[in-house]
Design a protein around this ligand. Structure first.
Ligand code: FAD
Length: 474
């Protein structure tokens, strides 16, 4: 293509998920004079995130909320003027349940992921044997680990809390978030705050207590106003839509796959798209999954591409099912349930969406989201949509005693969507970022590197925009 037909950009962003959209918005807010372009392969922005409204049901096809601490997502919503649109979780139905020997039991009060804030609820929980309780209560006296190397979730949790608490609480609670194999999941990369608690306080129990005291003494207005989880009233799509609407129309390129990438002269990048357009950009942000970034960088730096491909991905499916309330023998009154692997069920977890947030479905219905698949359990994705929905329904009907069929459903498949942070992930990412830094004008962002949650993706994107603006003004 002749030189004059190349569009020249100050910054190009490849990938229009929450990471790419936030980077574009943050750049545009800080430096509106910069000419930016955001390129997304699909016909809509949002990537993994997508909300569908059908007959009064709000189906969140992947994430339905974000945590408010770290506060990056909350801050972005406030900046976008969405603060009055944010819903906190309903106070009356907090808490989760865990399946144990076929029965649903409450997760002991104060137990967060793997941190016991209180010991008494563990001691009185029917979930644990006396031996398991005794072992868990010894946690404050378990010596600190001397080795500073990374450790798997399974090794860490068994060492600190015992095998029973690991199997019956930690594995299902963490599995529901990371869809990961606990023997491979990296503590340093996925759950660093618990590693820090052991290092700083010598115990998770003491660390959790100290954190609770700090939370009580801090007068952070935002944190006090929201619960741990928040969601826009109109669903996650409301955040995506607002971000998109704030960007210049000519910067938005959906249905456009970036196909080739090369470093041009004068310290700029040059790339082409599947619709035969060519661009140059002084700064390039790759906000794609790591394997897609690897494909784009293959001819520029094959070694870097090889390192990026070392980050494995898992797939999962989310089935949203709406039931009339009179179909339940007893309505579930928690936020959801998690299923330990040794219960041999075909579902990972279920979230009772309309118990968590108001306005998710008609008042006479309950909306449930069921998670299936995950690392090592992806065979379920080979089944047809009908079979997966039937599996989700059958499991729910048995566990929650539901009579009859759901009145509506929606299935989403997320193949190769969840990056797996294996032991050594932080080191792998440090090596990748070292190589990338040498280019001077390339940044990799997204859920593959420093956290899979929406707040972590937003934080990475905002920092990148800040760094680019700083370079521009230097
Ligand atoms: C089922 C599920 C439930 C989840 N629940 C939660 C939750 O409740 N709370 C939470 O905080 N997080 C949750 N997460 C995690 C969170 O949603 C994701 O980590 C986050 O949305 C990832 O955003 P991203 O922009 O980094 O990547 P993506 O959303 O994957 O976006 C990357 C984009 O790059 C595009 N792309 C790739 N290659 C190219 C190319 N060559 N050219 C152009 N475009 C390209 C892709 O099409 C894609 O749209 C969940 C994830 C899943 C799968």
């Amino acid at each position: 293509m002749p030189e004059q037909q190349r569009v020249s950009l100050d910054c190009a962003i490849v990938g229009g998920g929450i990471s790419g959209l936030t980077a574009a918005h943050s750049l545009h807010t800080r430096a509106p004079e910069m000419k930016i372009g955001i390129f997304e392969r699909k016909n809509r922005f949002g990537g993994i995130l997508h909300t569908r409204n059908e007959n009064g049901f709000l189906f969140e096809t992947s994430a339905d909320s974000f945590i408010t601490d770290p506060p990056a997502a909350l801050e972005l919503c406030e900046q976008l003027g969405l603060a009055d649109q944010l819903l906190s979780t309903r106070a009356s139905r907090r808490g989760a349940q865990v399946l144990f020997e076929g029965r649903l039991l409450p997760v002991p009060a104060g137990f967060q992921i793997m941190g016991p804030r209180r010991l008494w609820p563990l001691i009185t929980s029917p979930l644990l044997s006396w031996k398991g309780k005794l072992r868990a209560c010894c946690e404050p006296w378990v010596p600190r680990r001397k080795d500073r190397g990374d450790e798997s979730l399974a090794a860490f949790a068994k060492r600190r809390l015992g095998k029973e608490v690991f199997e019956r609480l930690v594995a299902p609670l963490v599995g529901g978030i990371y869809t990961a194999n606990p023997d491979q999941l990296s503590m340093d990369a996925a759950l660093p705050r618990f590693v820090a608690m052991e290092r700083n306080f010598g115990s998770l129990y003491r660390g959790m207590r100290a954190r609770a005291r700090k939370d009580r003494s801090e007068t952070d207005e935002s944190a006090a106003r929201y619960s741990l989880f928040a969601a826009p009233r109109g669903g996650i799509e409301q955040l995506l839509r607002t971000l998109r609407e704030r960007l210049p129309k000519d910067s938005l390129h959906t249905g456009t796959t970036v196909t080739e990438l090369a470093q041009a002269q004068e310290n700029a990048w040059e790339f082409g798209t599947d619709n035969a357009h060519r661009f140059t950009a002084r700064h390039l942000i790759l906000a794609t999954p790591a394997f897609a970034a690897a494909d784009l960088l293959e001819s520029y730096d094959p070694e870097l591409a090889g390192e990026l491909r070392k980050i494995p991905y898992a797939g999962c499916a989310v089935a949203c099912l709406g039931y009339a309330k009179d179909q339940f023998a007893q309505l579930p009154c928690s936020f959801g349930m998690v299923i330990p692997p040794n219960e041999n069920r075909q579902i990972l977890a279920a979230s009772f969406s309309s118990n968590k947030f108001a306005g998710r479905c008609p008042d006479d219905h309950l909306l449930i989201r069921v998670f299936l698949g995950g690392a090592g359990r992806e065979a379920i994705l080979e089944k047809s949509d009908e079979e997966i929905v039937a599996t989700a329904h059958n499991e729910l009907a048995e566990l929650l005693t539901i009579r009859g069929m759901p009145t509506c459903h929606h299935l989403s498949r997320w193949e190769r969507s969840m990056p797996q942070y294996h032991v050594g992930h932080a080191q792998l990412v440090a090596g990748i970022e070292n190589r990338v830094t040498r280019t001077g004008n390339l940044t990799l962002i997204g859920n593959a590197y420093h956290g899979v949650g929406i707040p972590q993706c937003i934080d990475g994107a905002v920092r990148t925009a800040e760094a680019i603006c700083k370079k521009e003004t230097a």
